[in-house]
Design a protein around this ligand. Structure first.
Ligand SMILES: *[C@@H]1O[C@H](CO)[C@@H](O)[C@H](O)[C@H]1NC(C)=O
Ligand SMILES: *[C@@H]1O[C@H](CO)[C@@H](O)[C@H](O)[C@H]1NC(C)=O
Ligand SMILES: *[C@@H]1O[C@H](CO)[C@@H](O)[C@H](O)[C@H]1NC(C)=O
Ligand SMILES: *[C@@H]1O[C@H](CO)[C@@H](O)[C@H](O)[C@H]1NC(C)=O
Ligand SMILES: *[C@@H]1O[C@H](CO)[C@@H](O)[C@H](O)[C@H]1NC(C)=O
Ligand SMILES: *[C@@H]1O[C@H](CO)[C@@H](O)[C@H](O)[C@H]1NC(C)=O
Ligand SMILES: *[C@@H]1O[C@H](CO)[C@@H](O)[C@H](O)[C@H]1NC(C)=O
Ligand SMILES: *[C@@H]1O[C@H](CO)[C@@H](O)[C@H](O)[C@H]1NC(C)=O
Length: 423
């Protein structure tokens, strides 16, 4: 039955000559389905672009084409890239898009910026100092298309700074920098703008909502979350009807518990239950979860947690209670690449969970591989938390983006994980 439907899907695909990226995607139950009718699993890596400069990291060390080629060489099929609402505020309120020169001067200061700008232009001769941020993003999106990598474009922050803490002002609706109206405006803007990027097959509404220090925290919880997610998803879907929309939960994207479980949002005051039929485009909605449970010691317990935090939406076995079934992608996890962390409980248990090699307890009812994006690709940041050229020893690439940081880890962990999760 299954193989027959695949054959029909292939025939349909062949007659319509559907070319990469085989979009638009939609969801059917737990699966993402491409335009040829086949299931698709995002197997990718995070490449940040939401830092203070608001352009993708690494361009002072490498050309866009070379970075994308490195990603492709591991057989990843996608990247998740973050952008900041502040970029759209600049375009709409503050005099228009900002040049490479001006964004670098603002982020790094007038002394350090000139040499970094020169390095960016040396490695990326298509650009000049006057190339704007969105033109840089256009070039990245074009290169992803050329090398056939899907883009999940993720609203990571409002103010463009390193994420995520309770006091960075970006954490919850109404937080110091988190103006809800501007956030929705930026989602609509980028959803529409990115329509010309064929590689962009999905948009994420917001990264790692969380409890915050300050008055905005008074409304923290699933009730406001649900109102805002429905509104934002409908805005994005209307502006980009072809794109999937990923929704993440609370507690730094670690929890979707009552949402996927179909339990009341905040009893007794709010007895509403998350229901995909509340969304205008129900077959475009997927969930994303993060896991930074790096100190976990018990794999069985960890898988229990992962399941009940939201991966239960992938469990299609018959249940006595009503549950929401939808795709769930692990869009962030990570660990140091300069150590034996890849052999620890957290990393190895996640690998078993994602590939399906060794799922336990209720998670054993989930079939097939689970999509994932490790944090992070490379190797250093223009500036992070006040430190220029900040190293990232959790990155797959080394500091100057010239080679993999640790071939031992890559060969033992990422390469088999990629191979075993690609459909
Ligand atoms: C950038 O723009 C400035 C101001 O319009 C101009 O003077 C300069 O020649 C431009 N630089 C390049 C490389 O096009
Ligand atoms: C740079 O420009 C050339 C020629 O217009 C084009 O083929 C290439 O794709 C561009 N590269 C990027 C990264 O934009
Ligand atoms: C934020 O609010 C939650 C309840 O919604 C509360 O449990 C938590 O302690 C608050 N956090 C801070 C930092 O005030
Ligand atoms: C690991 O977690 C499982 C599930 O919670 C539990 O049954 C088991 O006793 C734990 N093992 C150890 C060694 O603590
Ligand atoms: C695991 O499955 C059992 C049997 O269906 C169910 O009673 C239990 O609530 C599930 N546990 C979680 C955490 O969902
Ligand atoms: C969602 O709503 C539909 C139609 O009202 C209903 O059949 C379904 O059981 C609901 N799902 C959940 C998880 O409550
Ligand atoms: C790479 O990982 C291996 C295995 O954990 C470790 O022994 C080695 O020191 C690491 N190399 C670097 C350059 O970090
Ligand atoms: C990995 O690199 C970080 C940053 O340089 C360092 O603090 C840490 O000790 C290193 N870990 C190992 C095992 O060498």
């Amino acid at each position: 039955m299954f193989s027959l439907s695949i054959i029909f899907a292939l025939l349909a695909g062949a007659t319509q000559c559907i070319s990469w990226p085989h979009g638009p995607f939609h969801t059917e139950g737990k699966n993402i389905i491409d335009a040829t009718g086949l299931p698709f699993t995002y197997v990718g890596i995070n490449w940040p672009g939401e830092g203070q400069t608001m352009i993708p990291e690494g361009l002072q060390y490498s050309s866009i084409a070379d970075i994308v080629a490195k990603i492709k060489s591991l057989d990843f099929n996608s990247v998740r890239m973050g952008w900041a609402t502040e970029m759209v505020d600049d375009i709409l309120d503050n005099g228009g898009d900002v040049s490479i020169k001006d964004t670098m001067v603002k982020a790094l200061g007038p002394e350090l910026a000139p040499s970094i700008i020169c390095q960016i232009l040396d490695h990326n001769p298509n650009f000049t100092e006057n190339t704007t941020r969105l033109e840089v993003w256009d070039a990245v999106a074009a290169e992803l298309h050329k090398q056939k990598l899907h883009l999940v474009f993720n609203n990571h922050v409002s103010k463009a700074i390193w994420c995520c803490s309770p006091d960075d002002g970006n954490g919850w609706f109404g937080d110091t920098y988190f103006d809800v109206a501007k956030w929705k405006r930026s989602l609509a803007y980028m959803a529409k703008y990115t329509a010309k990027w064929p590689a962009r097959t999905a948009l994420s509404l917001r990264n790692e909502l969380r409890q915050v220090n300050g008055p905005a925290n008074d409304t923290y919880g699933w009730s406001l979350w649900y109102d805002e997610m429905i509104d934002a998803a409908n805005i994005v879907n209307a502006a980009a009807p072809d794109a999937l929309v990923f929704i993440s939960g609370l507690n730094y994207g670690h929890e979707l518990n009552p949402i996927t479980a179909g339990e009341p949002l905040r009893p007794p005051e709010d007895k509403r239950v998350f229901n995909l039929s509340d969304f205008h485009y129900a077959d475009k909605i997927g969930f994303e979860l993060h896991s930074y449970d790096n100190s976990i010691a018990n794999c069985t317990f960890f898988q229990y947690e992962l399941y009940q935090r939201g991966f239960n939406a992938l469990d299609v076995t018959p249940q006595t209670t009503s549950r929401n079934i939808a795709p769930v992608v692990l869009t962030e996890f990570g660990f140091a690449q300069n150590s034996s962390d890849y052999q620890g409980v957290y990393a190895s248990c996640l690998k078993d969970f994602l590939t399906g090699d060794n799922r336990v307890l209720n998670a054993s009812r989930i079939e097939g591989p689970i999509g994932h994006f490790e944090w992070n690709l490379g190797g250093s940041y223009y500036v992070r938390e006040g430190i220029v050229d900040h190293d990232d020893w959790w990155a797959l690439l080394n500091h100057d983006w010239s080679d993999w940081r640790n071939h031992t880890v890559l060969n033992a962990y990422q390469i088999p994980l990629i191979r075993e999760t690609l459909l």
